[in-house]
Design a protein around this ligand. Structure first.
Ligand code: HEC
Ligand code: HEC
Length: 408
């Protein structure tokens, strides 16, 4: 006992506690820093990939695409360009115009319906109703005038913007926009404002870049008088580059994105914009993998593919015309209300269903709406279309599920 360094029991207990506290502090410190360390590691990894990509670009691509990736007249298009990254200088003003058009259309429809009702000889409106109709027609006139003024201002603003973009137009931005009929102009500008929508690519920019590098653009030499066009670079297609080199080049190109920070000067800096493609020179976007209707298989696919849902994209799918979820579910009009879906499911439905998670129930409700009758409601079973699983790909379904989870 004499040999022990700390003699008293109290002393030993105190030393034990101090050691314990010190270890916990150390563990906490490591835990806090682990995430930062991993992030730094990923950043370093990406940084090195970009550096290797930059070297490959200088050696193989800059002769055609320019050393800064700004393109060269008649030789190759810019990749370091707001257009390539989908930054559309006209999108706000185009949106203002389409919104005004939609409101004007709605007001005109309403006014037509009221006029028909007013003049209906077989079923004439009461005097009171006539007064109501006249009052509403007067309001509609004012609202129409307001919207038409908004539209005119926006069209004028767009014209001014197009004039100021003229140097870029001369280098291929919005090709031949001034030959497009007035009625089609908004649609044309909306689809040509970003490279991906211009060529009709349904995937993302990373996939577009990688695919172009792998396959090249057969036949594109015809469109480009000062070069032989874009070759296939991947070893799998007879080119010189390995897949990891293609990924490095792509990382380097994607690294040019400035997000919302692109400026009008960037539009002018581009020497050559992309051109409409030679027929059939681009493989169609990645094929859709439909979700289908096996709930367990769906969850397993999401897990193994590491899919991550995007609730904002889910919201626009939910509210869009393609699937029309909102048209039945909004405000509880023809189906359980969107608002509160997640809370309702957890509080009201799950206690009645054994062995389901809220996520499983949600997926099942969308892809197999006929399986379970929503409890205590007056909405008919069978009203909801039963084929969403055949129409949505996995990512779309996951995005919608993530959106519904935000409905607390
Ligand atoms: C001989 C000239 C030439 C070389 C070298 C070249 N490209 Fe291209 N590249 C083109 C042309 C021309 C196009 C446009 C083809 C078309 O219009 O379909 C193009 C298109 C592209 C596109 C798609 C752009 C878009 O908006 O459609 C990417 C990405 C691309 N090249 C990357 C590269 C990379 C990376 C390298 C180097 C490994 C490279 N290119 C080497 C001529 C070249
Ligand atoms: C034609 C109308 C209609 C459309 C379109 C529609 N639904 Fe439904 N939906 C219903 C009805 C009706 C029910 C309730 C059925 C019942 O009582 O079992 C329902 C039930 C649900 C439920 C389970 C009930 C709840 O809220 O907890 C979910 C989740 C759901 N729908 C999601 C969607 C999604 C996502 C879409 C679009 C991809 C969609 N619905 C499109 C009519 C529709």
């Amino acid at each position: 006992m004499d040999r022990l360094i700390i003699q008293s029991i109290e002393g030993r207990v105190l030393a034990g506690i101090s050691m314990f506290v010190a270890i916990m502090i150390l563990l906490g410190w490591v835990a806090i820093n682990e995430e930062a360390r991993m992030a730094a590691f990923r950043e370093q990894h990406l940084g090195r990939s970009i550096e290797r990509g930059a070297e490959l670009f200088a050696a193989n691509c800059s002769t055609c695409h320019g050393s800064e990736g700004l393109g060269q007249g008649g030789r190759a298009p810019a990749l370091n360009s707001p257009h390539y990254f989908g930054f559309d200088a006209l999108s706000d003003v185009n949106l203002a115009i389409t919104t005004a058009d939609r409101l004007i259309g709605g007001l005109q429809e309403e006014s037509d319906a009221l006029n028909t009702e007013f003049l209906d000889a077989e079923n004439p409106p009461s005097v009171e109703r006539q007064d109501e109709i006249l009052a509403r027609l007067a309001e509609i006139d004012t609202e129409l005038a307001e919207q038409q003024a908004v539209r005119e201002d926006s069209v004028a603003e767009r014209e001014a913007l197009l004039v100021s973009l003229q140097p870029a137009v001369e280098r291929g931005l919005f090709p031949i926009w001034d030959t497009i009929a007035e009625d089609d102009l908004t649609e044309y500008l909306l689809t040509n404002g970003a490279r991906l929508s211009q060529v009709g690519w349904t995937g993302d920019l990373h996939g577009f870049t990688v695919t172009t590098l792998i396959h090249g653009r057969p036949g594109s030499g015809v469109v480009w008088p000062n070069s032989e066009g874009m070759a296939a670079w991947s070893q799998t297609a007879g080119g010189p580059l390995r897949q990891d080199q293609i990924e490095d080049l792509t990382a380097y190109i994607i690294n040019w994105d400035k997000g919302d920070e692109w400026t009008i000067e960037d539009f002018f800096a581009v020497e050559q914009y992309g051109k409409p493609l030679a027929d059939g020179s681009i493989p169609a976007g990645p094929p859709k993998v439909f979700a289908e209707d096996d709930v367990d298989a769906i969850l397993e696919f999401w897990e193994t593919e590491g899919l991550v849902g995007d609730p904002e994209r889910g919201q626009s799918l939910y509210e869009g015309v393609t699937y029309g979820c909102a048209s039945c579910h909004t405000g509880g009009a023809a189906a359980p209300a969107t608002e509160g879906t997640w809370t309702r499911i957890n509080n009201d439905v799950l206690p009645l269903l054994e062995g389901y998670t809220a996520e499983q129930y949600l997926i099942e409700s969308i892809v197999l709406p006929g399986v379970y009758d929503y409890p205590n409601d007056s909405y008919p079973m069978g009203a909801m279309p039963a084929n969403f699983g055949d129409r949505m790909d996995h990512q779309e379904l996951l995005d919608i599920v993530e959106y519904l989870k935000t409905q607390e």
